[in-house]
Ligand binder design. Structure first.
Ligand SMILES: [Cu+2]
Length: 83
């Protein structure tokens, strides 16, 4: 999904990533921190009950593969993502 910012003209990509292995608030915070640490990510929100991360990022800087790798490197399993 593409989001255009009418004020700046920036186009952000938004993806929802389905993640397995998050058990508690600690896991949620860890995944969110890992995603936000990826250069080009503008925002990340992790929903523990839905097992999903909603990520907004600049496609000219990063891509979904790098973001998913960051989740995996933090110790969690990426199931898939919805464009
Ligand atoms: Cu946990």
């Amino acid at each position: 999904m593409r989001l255009k910012n009418d004020w700046t003209g920036d186009i952000m990509a938004q993806e929802i990533i389905n993640i397995n292995g998050m058990m508690c608030d600690h896991c949620q915070a860890r995944v969110e921190k890992a995603i936000k640490a990826v250069k080009g990510v503008k925002n990340a929100k992790v929903d523990l009950s839905k097992k999903q991360a909603t990520v907004k990022y600049d496609e000219s800087v990063t891509d979904i593969g790098k973001i998913e790798k960051a989740v995996a490197d933090a110790g969690y399993e990426v199931v898939d993502h919805n464009s």
